[in-house]
Design a binder for this molecule. Structure first.
Ligand code: ADP
Length: 213
């Protein structure tokens, strides 16, 4: 089964996808994580990508497709995967169509105020990827992950000016995908009022939607 998560930055795509990956036994592929891995490894692709990421812009479609293809061709993807952060443009959705058949698209609809608050105070575990918030979801010990004891960090692009640009890019380039997938009968919506619920609860709700499809 191939599942796509659609939603603005900070809507919880990564959080829910990482819960569902365990429940469904298929890998979670975050193109944002793949890009950050390339940047960290200092590859040619990574160096080119860093310029876009730091400005809050999208990496050109052909470059991100190359990164995605390298990942989905690995054997663990044979039974399907969960995509988080791809596609982000109509052109990417068309590219994806050529390499995989999407079964369901889960749209997370979250108001801008919530997003800004979440991202500006977001902390991430460098070791296991768990997500915290300096205001609303503090770790027990400052700077340390509750789950694995790893160090917490702030993403460089979680800075107010860059967040604003990421949101603009989302509205302009990614939102049209909602209609694209609605027309194809693949879209399911997760309601905004659910977003204060514990992530595990929202993930279960998404699982129900997937099972009904
Ligand atoms: P966000 O929290 O903004 O959704 P991600 O971790 O998904 O962040 O992505 C971080 C950055 O990586 C994006 O701002 C963009 O520069 C780049 N990126 C990730 N996925 C894609 C994609 N599908 N197309 C183009 N650029 C991408």
């Amino acid at each position: 089964m191939i599942i796509v998560f659609l939603g603005p930055p900070g809507s919880g795509k990564g959080t829910y996808a990482s819960i569902l990956t365990k429940k469904l036994g298929i890998p979670h592929i975050s193109t944002g994580d793949l890009v950050r891995d390339e940047i960290k490894a200092g590859t040619k692709l990574g160096k080119e990508a860093a310029e876009y990421v730091n400005r809050g812009e999208l990496i050109p479609d052909e470059k991100i497709l190359e990164i995605l293809k390298n990942r989905v061709l690995k054997p663990d993807c044979a039974k399907g995967f969960i995509l988080d952060g791809y596609p982000r443009t109509v052109n990417q959705a068309e590219d994806l169509n050529k390499i995989a058949k999407v079964d369901i698209v889960v749209n997370l609809n979250v108001p801008d105020e919530v997003i800004i608050e979440r991202l500006a105070y977001r902390l991430i575990c460098r070791n296991c990827g768990a997500i915290y918030n300096e205001k609303t979801l503090k770790p027990k010990k400052p700077g340390v992950c509750d789950i694995c004891g790893g160090p917490l960090y702030k993403r460089e692009d979680d800075e107010p000016e860059v967040i604003k640009e990421r949101l603009n890019v989302y509205r302009e380039k990614t939102q049209p995908l909602i209609d694209f997938y609605k027309k194809r009968g693949l879209l399911v919506e997760v309601k905004t009022e659910k977003f204060n619920a514990p992530p595990e609860e929202v993930a279960n709700e998404i699982l129900n939607l997937i099972n009904k499809k």
